[in-house]
Design a protein around this ligand. Sequence first.
Ligand SMILES: Nc1ncnc2c1ncn2[C@@H]1O[C@H](COP(=O)(O)OP(=O)(O)OP(=O)(O)O)[C@@H](O)[C@H]1O
Ligand code: NI
Length: 314
Amino acid sequence: MNSPYPILDISNLSITFLSDGIKIPAVSSFSCRIMQGTCTAIIGESGCGKSVVAHAILRLLPKNSQVEGTIIFKNQNIYRLDERLLQSIRGKEIGIMFQSPDRALNPIYRLYKQMFQPLDTHKVVPVQEREAHIHKALIKAGFSNPELAARLYPCHCSGGMNQRAVTAIILSLEPDLVIADEPTKGLDRSKILDIQASLQEVLHEKRTLLLITHDIRLAHTMAHHIVVMYAGEIVEAGPANAILSSPSHPYTRGLIQSLPENGFNPIPGCAPPLTNLPEGCRFADRCYQVTKLCHKRPAKLTQVNGRMIRCHRY
Ligand SMILES: Nc1ncnc2c1ncn2[C@@H]1O[C@H](COP(=O)(O)OP(=O)(O)OP(=O)(O)O)[C@@H](O)[C@H]1O
Ligand code: NI
């Protein structure tokens, strides 16, 4: 049996957007190593930089972005690959389910064509098996009548159906690394379970999952590792069970306290604007354990009891 190896190694990734002459530091010094066959979940409030990290992995950021650091996928530096090689990695080796399914679907093609074309490009299954493969992927994504679903155009589908269609398209290509950005957004419980089962299959097949989600319950069920982001930085990272059952960083605690099953106590206030970050800890203004030092100096990410924490208390 192959021993696990880091399929994706992100080191010191910083991403800055330039908008109207203003620098927006969306992600700062993000490092994360993802072992083959595991699930890592990135959680954090809206705007903390989760999707930007996902897009950076496939070099899909817009032109007004500047990327520093390294992203190594299967020993290849993504930012040194030529575009042709990268094209062969996109979809076949790394599949991304975008947060907004509209970005992935072509409005003028039926779902069948949208599924057939990438299978054809990447030669995933023999031609004679493609239709059955497509129907199987649609069933797994929660379409009980795959023949009917395959004939639909995206405009015939609800947002949730399109979300599941995107899941079917990406998973039918059987990529080694699946990046799922909010795969269950806007879905009802039964459809969430369908998507969850499809993603779990990725792991059963010893492939790798990077899950980006606001659904902490989903992260708890799926993930081996958790990365908690706040205002563009990692504030806590490590084994999912340990972090979710016993969070250390005041922000992670706040996130978990804000869950309905824990009494729905949202963290007061909101994250600082990225264009006007505080001198000290970015969470200081909202932290119930804040000290003078927190306002003065940024905290470093430190290893404590098998996890990484960015907090002056550790
Ligand atoms: N093209 C861009 N130009 C300027 N700023 C951008 C651009 N894309 C993203 N940003 C900024 O980067 C920050 C992080 O955005 P990102 O989409 O990664 O957030 P997120 O954590 O995925 O949030 P959500 O949970 O709402 O999806 C945001 O403040 C956003 O405004
Ligand atoms: Ni996002």
